[in-house]
Write a protein that binds this ligand. Structure first.
Ligand SMILES: NC(=O)c1ccc[n+]([C@@H]2O[C@H](COP(=O)([O-])OP(=O)(O)OC[C@H]3O[C@@H](n4cnc5c(N)ncnc54)[C@H](O)[C@@H]3O)[C@@H](O)[C@H]2O)c1
Ligand SMILES: CC(C)=CCC/C(C)=C/C=C\C(C)=C\C=C\C(C)=C\C=C\C=C(C)\C=C\C=C(C)\C=C\C=C(/C)CCC=C(C)C
Length: 520
């Protein structure tokens, strides 16, 4: 193996050092490497991908996070995972999912979101025939948003040169996006739909990816999710979600980028109020012309509740406190990674399911249960005759803090047992068929993913104007950028991939290494 090239000398800095190898960090790093920048990624864990990694146990390949993947289409500009991989000469074989998600909702509302748009509209209309027009109007508006996004290369709207070029290329799409930027889903849904149960359905349609009801979910993101599932479709990467990160690393390395694992950054090194490098837990200092943090903003900047942030309180920009007032951490998850005998999975099951027993429980601790069974698409992820059942339910750190080790362990097992009983509604006999079981709590998510309170990502603390107040990649500290789900447009794999494209484009503009023409 070639020796790793690490300059400790401030006269020969890296062009860019990226803290963290989540998809946001890896897209930034790999895009910068393609532009010719000398890039180093520092990852505290032993594998790449963060919440989009995969881990192996007893013949199973488990996904760390969910496996409902958007952005793997073949056409347009919103297929950001396909594009990020192709730009570094990589490709993931994917397996098309015939349905995005099967809902099992209160009042016997059972519906699988078909990959084919017209089929989905027909199925929903069959359940709410009196709302046929409203359903069509609402989801067609989501398509308008999606079509605007899909019509233009998606780069940094912080760069005035890009904005001018993209406006020249697609003026109507730009105006369309500007119109929807300050809007939330709830306002649009209520304009077209009156049935309270259908409005609740729109709430859960949002909650299952944004962890927020429709009133707090930005319309731009809904346009993306509610349409891409029918345009590019939901596609599972063969070999597990972790393959995406592994291939981004490989492609980045081929373009001269480097990655170090077990390299925890403890602080951003500042000189004259400018980020000039990072310090690792072992004391080593690495100099860089630009520093990019893929850690959450709570872990990057000091503020209430943040222990050992990368930037001290004295140098944390005032804008970060405004952000903390506007956005709060969403709950983390209680998660189950199960290996089960085949008999527990009914024939023709869908891969993804969402269970909710009462509408009042949608935002409650351990209310919604989400299930993903990727072996239904890719049997190679488990030993023969077995499936993976990966289930998770929102759970907040507060519910798991200040417990004695014995109480923590017994709560962990009791809550996992309760979740398994809930799943038996769709997987009868599940508890008898389990041969491998691992339980993760918010504390596990914080420990292994390094995420503040183990959170899934930021959510608005009150009704905000859509995406208008979400910060971009530049921070108030010169030389320091953020990427990932505490940046515009928020959580989601395709969303953080966008954040990575935008971040690398902005740094490329700052370093003067961007190509003149927009990508095709
Ligand atoms: N659609 C899906 O099914 C799905 C599945 C998984 C994840 N996701 C999405 O992925 C998003 C998260 O992506 P992301 O790019 O923001 O990042 P991430 O949180 O997944 O990864 C951040 C990485 O940074 C590393 N890190 C943090 N602090 C560090 C430090 N001080 N030093 C070194 N390394 C450090 C972590 O170990 C981790 O690997 C989530 O919003 C989630 O929605 C989606
Ligand atoms: C500046 C002005 C005035 C005008 C400029 C106009 C302009 C050019 C605007 C541009 C805007 C852009 C480019 C916006 C881009 C937005 C994008 C790319 C949004 C992407 C969103 C993707 C999302 C939200 C994907 C989400 C997928 C997820 C999270 C899937 C599943 C998650 C789970 C199953 C876990 C959740 C589980 C439970 C139980 C809650």
């Amino acid at each position: 193996m070639e020796p790793i090239r690490i300059e400790k000398d401030a006269t020969q800095p890296w062009d860019a050092v990226v803290i963290g190898s989540g998809i946001g960090g890896l897209v930034t790093a790999s895009q910068l490497a393609v532009k010719g920048a000398k890039v180093l990624v520092l990852e505290s864990y032993t594998i790449p991908g963060g919440s989009s990694g995969s881990f192996q146990r007893e013949g199973y390949t488990f996904d760390v996070g969910a496996s409902m993947i958007f952005g793997f289409g073949e056409k347009g500009y919103t297929n950001l995972l396909t594009r990020a991989l192709a730009d570094v000469g990589e490709h993931c074989d994917t397996l098309p999912d015939p349905a995005q998600l099967a809902y099992h909702l209160p009042g016997g509302l059972e519906l699988a979101v078909d990959r084919k748009y017209e089929q989905f509209i027909a199925d929903l209309t069959a359940r709410f025939p009196h709302e046929a027009k409203g359903i069509r109007h609402f989801y067609d508006i989501c398509w308008q948003v999606f079509n605007c996004l899909d019509a233009m290369p998606l780069l940094s709207i912080e760069d005035p040169t890009y904005l001018a070029k993209v406006f020249f290329k697609s003026p109507l799409a730009c105006l369309g996006l500007a119109r929807w930027l300050p809007v939330n889903v709830g306002d649009v849904a209520r304009r077209h739909i009156k049935d309270p149960e259908l409005l609740r359905f729109i709430d859960i349609e949002c909650f299952c990816w944004s962890v927020m009801p429709a009133d707090l979910t930005p319309m731009i993101n809904a346009g993306m999710v509610f349409s891409d599932r029918h345009a590019g479709g939901i596609n599972y990467p063969k070999g597990g979600v972790g393959v995406i990160a592994q291939k981004l690393v490989k492609g980045m390395q081929r373009h001269g980028g480097e990655i170090r694992y077990k390299a925890r950054v403890t602080r951003v090194v500042l000189k004259d109020n400018r980020a000039v490098g990072v310090q690792l837990a072992n004391g080593e200092i690495i100099h860089a012309r630009r520093v990019i943090s893929n850690a959450t903003r709570w872990d990057t900047f000091s503020g209430e509740g943040s222990k050992q942030a990368l930037v001290d309180a004295e140098h944390t920009p005032a804008a970060e406190q405004t952000w903390r007032r506007r956005y709060v951490p969403s709950p983390s998850f209680l998660s189950l990674h199960l290996g089960v005998r085949n008999e527990a999975i009914p024939a023709n099951s869908h891969c993804h399911h969402l269970l909710l027993e009462s509408w009042d429980e949608m935002e409650s601790e351990q209310g919604v249960a989400f299930v993903s069974m990727p072996t239904l698409l890719d049997p190679s992820l488990s030993p023969e005759g077995h499936h993976i059942v990966h289930a998770f339910t929102p759970s907040s750190m507060q519910a798991w803090q200040d417990l004695s080790p014995a109480t923590y362990n017994s709560k962990k097992q009791a809550d996992a047992d309760r979740l398994i009983r809930k799943l038996e509604k769709i997987l009868p006999g599940l508890s008898q068929a389990i041969v491998h079981r691992e339980v993760g709590t918010p504390r596990s998510h914080r420990r292994f993913l390094g995420r503040f309170q183990g959170s899934y990502g930021p959510i608005p603390s009150s009704r905000l104007p859509g995406l208008l107040t979400m910060p971009f990649n530049r921070t108030g500290l010169k030389g320091l950028y953020c990427v990932g789900d505490s940046c515009f447009p928020g959580q989601g794999l395709n969303a953080v991939a966008f954040s990575g494209f935008a971040c690398s484009h902005l740094i490329g503009a700052d370093l003067g290494i961007n190509p003149w023409a927009l990508p095709n």
